[in-house]
Design a protein around this ligand. Structure first.
Ligand SMILES: [Zn+2]
Length: 488
């Protein structure tokens, strides 16, 4: 197909452009912006409810976040602790927002998964365009690159929808949407945070919705105390506040750090697994002084112990943080047999599988059950899951296997809208890496990053300088990295 033909197709598709079919639909460049001002586009198939923007019965719900130009936006009220669920009440079954996207539009999801605000920028004419397309709408160049751009913009107009034919949004009405003019050029239709006022500055973010797809969200320019409690953000995030969390190994360094971080983030309860009840740990016992913390004998290599714990709390776990690991030095030839290797794979790979088989179904069933629904599953990996470190070659392989399993789990959880978060860390400052030269990542830094990823609704994060550097080098030249790790 010639460039001209491609162009014709793109232009013809302006009202429902390729790739943007499901991103909050919007005019994308300067030319389109003018057209959009005259005739706002509707937002069907856009990850937004099917209600005409700017039509009929929107806008003025007295108690809603809708505001007139110049009005002082309301402050987000603090989320109150949800009451105990009445077992007779229905459990809301998971539904997903519209989730079809073109391959081109997946660039948005990649940015949203890491918490970046990236759009296509033309290498030839520098136009920033949205929705994503295969060619530049200004100069037809195919040299489009995903680049982080300024998230600043202005909310032109917003409306509160009280009707939707979409099953997902029907359950969540009223829902606020609006049109934002980005400083970078494009005009976008977005989900709107309650603290944003019409005509005022906003900060845009790409967030993953429950279908795992990227959507535009307009946030207030300055963070406020309870802004995370806003309905739109709560729906997109996996905030531990008022949720119950299971940390599978509470005795390892990351597990010990995870518990106070989760409690500080407002978790209602933290259940901690103890894989070695025979081993005394003062730090572990200190955690139990808090009445919100409860310990269980839990060994991820023992299916019976997992079943026993699930029998007690299986229906209560809203977030599962899998900290279980079995780290040992050595490549393939260091060991005389495969026993140590088997232990590493048993904990990291099969342990994950056993946990998913027992806890996964119950969590999926409660994934849409109100503001404290089951929401996320966090797996911790060494960054060497992505690039093998021969000095710990077998352990790296166990992490690589677990990463692959976790990608499968992510796909299996998707119909329920349950998020799987991958946390990649550099060498940890713990007993099994005492001889690893710095910089090493403090377990508390991992815990802090996990909580932040949950609050921001992220899917993929790197913690520590080593992990971040390896990620860049992996993208730049994986073969060179493989060679360098082999000689270190
Ligand atoms: Zn261009």
């Amino acid at each position: 197909m010639s460039t001209r033909q491609k162009t014709g197709r793109v232009r013809a598709g302006e009202s429902k452009p390729d790739g943007a079919a499901s991103v909050p639909q919007a005019a994308s460049n300067r030319g389109q912006a003018a057209r959009a001002r005259r005739a706002p586009q509707t937002s069907q198939a856009a990850g937004l409810p099917q209600a005409a923007m700017g039509s009929g019965r929107a806008a003025s719900d007295p108690g809603s976040a809708t505001s007139r130009e110049g009005a002082i936006p309301p402050t987000t009220p603090a989320l109150q602790r949800p009451p105990r669920k009445n077992p007779v009440d229905r459990t809301r079954q998971p539904t997903l927002p519209p989730g079809l996207r073109s391959r081109t539009a997946m660039g948005l999801a990649a940015a949203a998964a890491e918490g970046r605000f990236a759009l296509q920028r033309c290498a030839r004419c520098d136009t920033v365009q949205y929705p994503p397309r295969e060619v530049c709408v200004n100069c037809l160049s195919e040299h489009l690159h995903w680049r982080d751009i300024s998230p600043k913009g202005r909310l032109l107009v917003s409306t509160t929808l009280h009707h939707s034919n979409d099953p997902y949004f029907r359950e969540r009405l009223p829902w606020r949407t609006g049109t934002v003019q980005l400083d970078a050029g494009p005009m976008v239709v977005a989900h709107i945070h309650g603290e944003c006022a019409d005509g005022e500055a906003v900060r845009m973010a790409l967030k993953l919705d429950r279908a795992g797809q990227a959507v535009m969200v307009a946030l207030p320019p300055k963070p406020s105390e309870h802004m995370q409690d806003d309905k739109v953000i709560r729906e997109m995030s996996s905030d531990p506040k008022f949720r119950r969390v299971l940390v599978t190994d509470g005795k390892c360094a990351t597990g010990l750090a995870m518990v106070p971080a989760l409690l500080a983030a407002g978790a209602t309860q933290v259940f901690i697994g103890d894989p070695q009840p025979w081993r005394r740990s003062a730090a572990f016992e200190a955690l139990l002084a808090d009445s919100r913390v409860k310990a269980f004998d839990l060994d991820v290599t023992d299916g019976d112990s997992i079943l026993k714990v699930a029998g007690a709390i299986g229906g209560k776990v809203d977030i599962l943080v899998n900290t279980a690991d079995h780290e040992r030095d050595g490549g393939l030839m260091q060991f005389r047999d495969v026993n140590v290797a088997r232990d590493m794979f048993d904990v990291k790979c099969l342990g994950l599988m056993r946990l998913a088989q027992v806890f996964g179904g119950a969590m999926c069933g409660r994934a849409a059950d109100g503001v404290n629904s089951a929401v996320a599953w966090v797996n911790l990996f060494s960054i060497h899951a992505q690039a093998n470190l021969p000095a710990r070659g077998v352990w790296s392989a166990a992490h690589a296997g677990a990463l692959s399993m976790s990608q499968s789990l992510r796909s299996e959880f998707r119909p329920a809208g349950l998020r799987v978060v991958h946390v990649f860390h550099g060498p940890l400052d713990h007993e099994w890496e005492q001889r690893t030269p710095p910089p090493r990542v403090a377990p508390a830094a991992v815990a802090k990053a996990v909580v932040q990823a949950l609050r921001d609704g992220l899917e993929d994060i790197d913690v520590g300088d080593v992990a971040k550097e390896l990620r860049e080098r992996l993208a730049d030249n994986p073969k060179a990295l493989e060679r360098e790790l082999g000689v270190s």
